[in-house]
Design a protein. Structure first.
Length: 443
């Protein structure tokens, strides 16, 4: 395939693609007999972005849900109003996303009922770690008699309506809507210049895996798709779909035993999988690094989030050859809350970037969508300015240049070169006009 009438790094050029890679970039590349030609209309060619950590099913569901947190909703009256006005799904449920305690405090089913009780409601916390249901929702789910460790209960045994890390369980208890159609999400990602994604959802069951594979095969998700939640013992290698490191969640609310975590890491390494460990707090990171030390690092392991990295742990990250996959977009999205709530000594430790890179720690940027902002431009701006909503700077010494930030949203980070993956977007003043993924035009 030959891309013509295209600008590469400010110079008019043509791009030849052979298979899944760039074969040549030059103004002197001429069409071969039978070669497909794509006129790019004078647009600018750029390497596509890679979102190294997001959640496709949750993102699609969030696009069909009512926002229950800032900036759209900022107080209890506003939350009551949006719940009352929200359309229900075909089973009568109102689904909300993005709740923050800054809106109406630490809600339970009773306090949520005082805001809205007419229909069953479930609301996802903005962290993605908790669901909150009102009284009617709790009754429909049968929480009184349900057995799941994530169901929070009062001292008398009655459920509070707060359910932690129970997405799969909750989906099975709800009337089946099936998995959401991912085609709108795939199109949105392309419009933002994203040609490769890593789905970081843990413990994908057979149905979820099959749905993601089907979405890739049909073109609903035209991006390259890297999966962290593939169970140990399975390996998916299909056109544009690959198996990534094994996702392990070190929950902030209940830290695992060191030996148990070490055993899980070792089990993944023994079958040839690196690990990708969810670590948000200082304690979770200390525990994970100790477990990696005991199990032996693979050289391809990842720390997901690394929201707080004390300076004395940076050398350990470097020594263990761990990649940090972080989300500076959270600083712009909710950094004001972070600066208010975290220990003052940790303000410089939030979502480190520059200091990790200077120490030789590989860093990749990502969105964690739908929990963080999806647009790569917003992520890059947050990494460069580190400005929170109130105007303060969170970690001035951690700022990146625009090129540094953009390169951490690309795989590989070298730009358009002969031999590079043919994941290319063509932009004009209106946005992305053409997208090529794995050597195929997908937009």
């Amino acid at each position: 395939m030959l891309l013509t009438n295209v600008v590469v790094e400010g110079i008019p050029a043509r791009i030849r693609i052979a298979g899944e890679r760039i074969d040549a970039i030059s103004a002197d590349v001429h069409r071969r007999p039978g070669e497909q030609v794509v006129d790019c209309g004078g647009g600018v060619a750029e390497p596509g972005y890679t979102d190294h950590h997001l959640h496709l099913h949750a993102l699609a569901a969030a696009r069909r849900s009512v926002r229950c947190g800032p900036p759209e909703v900022t107080d209890g009256a506003g939350l009551a109003a949006v719940l009352a006005a929200a359309p229900a799904d075909e089973h009568g449920w109102v689904r909300g996303v993005g709740y923050s305690e800054t809106v109406a405090g630490e809600l339970d089913s009773d306090s949520l009922d005082r805001l809205y009780a007419a229909r069953p409601v479930r609301i996802s916390h903005r962290s993605g770690a908790m669901w909150l249901v009102n009284g009617l929702g709790a009754r429909v789910l049968g929480l009184d008699d349900a057995r799941h460790p994530g169901i929070e209960r009062r001292p008398d045994g009655t459920p509070t309506g707060r359910i932690f890390r129970a997405d799969d369980w909750l989906r099975k208890r709800l009337p089946s809507n099936g998995f959401p159609d991912l085609s709108a999400v795939g199109a949105e990602l392309l419009s933002l210049g994203i040609t490769s994604v890593t789905d970081a959802t843990p413990d994908l069951d057979t149905a979820a895996l099959e749905h993601l594979q089907s979405a890739a095969a049909s073109g609903a998700i035209p991006q390259r798709l890297h999966l962290l939640g593939v169970p140990l013992g399975r390996n998916i290698t299909e056109h544009r779909v690959t198996t990534g490191p094994y996702k392990i969640v070190v929950a902030d609310s209940e830290l695992p035993n060191l030996d148990d975590l070490t055993d899980r890491i070792r089990a993944a390494h023994n079958v040839g999988r690196a690990v990708a460990v969810h670590c948000v707090t200082r304690e979770a990171l200390i525990l994970t690094l100790a477990a990696l030390d005991d199990a032996g690092a693979s050289g391809h392991d990842r720390i997901e989030h690394a929201a707080i990295v004390p300076p004395d742990l940076i050398d350990d990250l470097c020594r263990l050859r761990v990649t940090v996959v972080t989300q500076p977009g959270f600083l712009a999205d909710r950094g004001h809350d972070y600066l208010r709530d975290v220990d003052p000594s940790d303000r410089e430790n939030l979502y480190r970037c520059a200091s990790l890179m200077a120490a030789g720690v590989p860093v990749a940027l990502s969105s964690d969508a739908p929990y963080g902002p999806l647009d790569p431009a917003e992520i890059i701006d947050a990494a460069v300015t580190r400005r929170v909503a109130g105007g303060e700077i969170a970690g001035r010494s951690e700022r990146l240049t625009i090129d540094e930030a953009a390169s951490r949203l690309r795989t590989p980070a070298i730009g358009l070169r002969r031999g590079s993956l043919a994941d290319i977007v063509i932009r004009d003043a209106a946005g992305v006009t053409i997208a090529v993924v794995a050597g195929e035009v997908v937009r």
